[in-house]
Design a protein around this ligand. Sequence first.
Ligand SMILES: Cc1cc2nc3c(=O)[nH]c(=O)nc-3n(C[C@H](O)[C@H](O)[C@H](O)COP(=O)(O)O)c2cc1C
Length: 136
Amino acid sequence: MKVEVRYQSKSGNTKKVADAIANAAGVQALDVENPLAEPADVLFLGGAIYAGGLNGKLKKFIKGLQEGAVGKIVLFSTAMGPKHIGPKVEALLKGKNIPLEEEELHIRSNELLPEDRQQYDAAMEKAAQFAKKMTE
Ligand SMILES: Cc1cc2nc3c(=O)[nH]c(=O)nc-3n(C[C@H](O)[C@H](O)[C@H](O)COP(=O)(O)O)c2cc1C
């Protein structure tokens, strides 16, 4: 199974989750400025919420996805609040025949504070378990 991980992250929170997912899947996470070089069975795609929306680089990556290049997109996100990226990504994918996994991973940014090691490790473990489940 070919797994790819792409993320958009301004201040590093989403990158931490991307790296935990990639590590569990045995691949490297790359930022969304790296388009897919070849088709993937599973694309883990992550981003954060900024002012209620998505960052332009993430939007551009999604718009550039070709039908047939991805077996399934699996989303992950971080934000201060509970709002995840799913609905916005779904809207951008409208009209494209690219399957989107219903289950998403959303981690609140206060779970990623390095000073609370226990909570941080739990968030990383949650990301790793999610990656394993989605690639079984
Ligand atoms: C300019 C800016 C706007 C933000 N707007 C929101 C928001 O509307 N809702 C929310 O829940 N979090 C918001 N956040 C918090 C980020 O989503 C959160 O810190 C996220 O983990 C950042 O991810 P990153 O470190 O990967 O860039 C905002 C953060 C910044 C810097």
